[in-house]
Ligand binder design. Structure first.
Ligand code: ATP
Length: 373
């Protein structure tokens, strides 16, 4: 088990900045998920930790050691690749034993470790098969097993579930999370799939354009996104964001936009632009005629199984409204939606960072009036 830290890690490929001064600390025994869209630098960061890519600047620490200058095999971390990278001509048993054989471990130890890991991953009955005689899920388990026999300080996983079909991915997600709990080893897992991140991670690190946008528990990242990028990227559909103005009227701070009006708190404020955010599932039909108000016209309704998502034109913006099916509206209907004040999120349009108002736990962020909270 080991803590992993990357400090000031930058990676440039010619003009491309794949990573820009990234600082990230992964606690001992954590399941950290690196989440972000294609090209944001996730794989590069994982490969730098593994020692497969050299950083342009910065250092990598595994356990108590600065491993920046060490080759991959001296780092005591094990990488599981998206492609599984199994040897096609070797049996499952030989694939599992490969690393230990290279290390010239005693035969008895190899047999013991391979047997132990095969048991943990339910591969016992498949030991004599070749990779091509296995299903995708079984191959994925062999790839994981090959990493496990080495008993590494940490597992580094690059989209290991992306080649599995949806059902198997769900099952494997649960297996991986259970395995992590059993082994108690540090896991760093790369994915662009937010469901994978939300369900498995102890903490999620959201990357965008080579920079870390936010590091937090799945609940933190979903409930208190630090930036508009995180607000939009996490959630399906992502958070609604409206261009609005925060101002005070009669001693009350309000946020107003075309089709939107919400009273936030008592106080005075020079008018300023904000982005106001609300999650689609936090919207509901306004029957009480009090609280935040959002009026618009339904332009589409999508059936997503147990729920429906309506697209509502509100001023110049389209809002997603998600709720149990049926929502009871049709395209062309005029609707009046509301939410609880506590479910409104405010962001600074210039920096895209979260703004603090009532009881916001991210208290180190700039507040509405521009001062530091
Ligand atoms: P994906 O989810 O598509 O795998 P990613 O988030 O893992 O994406 P990286 O593979 O880390 O992204 O790539 C980050 C950036 O660095 C991209 O712009 C990519 O084109 C660039 N890049 C990565 N490897 C190289 C390389 N060997 N040479 C040049 N540019 C590279």
């Amino acid at each position: 088990m080991a803590r992993i830290a990357v400090e000031g890690v930058t990676k440039r490929y010619g003009q491309t900045v794949a990573l820009d001064a990234v600082d990230l600390s992964v606690d001992d025994g954590e399941f950290l998920v690196l989440l972000g869209p294609s090209g944001c630098g996730k794989t590069t960061l994982l490969r730098i930790v593994a020692g497969l890519v050299e950083p342009t600047a910065g250092r990598v620490v595994v356990g108590d050691r600065d491993v920046t200058a060490l080759p991959p095999r001296a780092r005591d971390v094990a990488m599981v690749f998206q492609s599984y990278a199994l040897y096609p001509h070797l049996s499952v048993e030989r694939n599992l034993a490969f690393g230990l054989r290279v290390w010239r471990r005693p035969k008895q130890e190899i047999a013991h470790r391979v047997g132990e890991v095969a048991g943990q991953l339910a591969l016992d009955a498949l030991l004599s098969r070749r990779p091509k005689q296995l299903s995708g899920g079984q191959r994925q388990r062999v790839a994981l097993g090959r990493a496990m026999v080495r008993d590494p300080l940490a597992f580094l996983m690059d989209e290991p579930l992306s080649n599995l079909d949806a059902q198997l991915r769900t099952a494997t997600r649960l297996e991986l999370a259970a395995l992590h709990r059993r082994l108690g080893t540090t896991f760093v897992h790369v994915t662009h799939d937010q469901i994978e991140a939300m369900t498995m991670a102890t903490r999620i690190a959201v990357l965008n354009g080579g920079r870390l946008e936010q590091v937090g528990t799945p609940a933190d990242v979903y409930d208190w996104p630090a930036t508009t990028f995180v607000a939009r990227f996490v959630g399906a559909p992502g958070m609604n964001l409206l261009e609005a103005t925060a101002l005070s009227r009669d001693g009350v701070v309000r946020v107003v936009a075309d089709g939107f009006d919400a009273a936030l708190e008592r106080g005075h404020l020079a008018a300023r632009p904000v982005l106001v955010g609300v999650r689609p599932e936090r919207l509901r039909l306004d029957t009480a005629m009090s609280g935040p108000r959002c009026t618009g016209r339904v332009v589409a309704v999508e059936n997503v199984g147990s729920e429906e998502v309506a697209l509502v034109r509100c001023g110049p913006a389209n809002l997603s409204w998600r709720g149990p099916r049926p929502l009871g509206v049709r395209p062309g209907d005029d609707v009046r939606l509301t939410t609880d004040r506590a479910h409104l999120h405010l962001f600074d349009p210039a920096s895209t960072r979260r703004l603090v108002w009532v009881d916001d736990p991210l208290a180190a962020r700039p507040n509405l009036a521009g001062a530091r909270a």
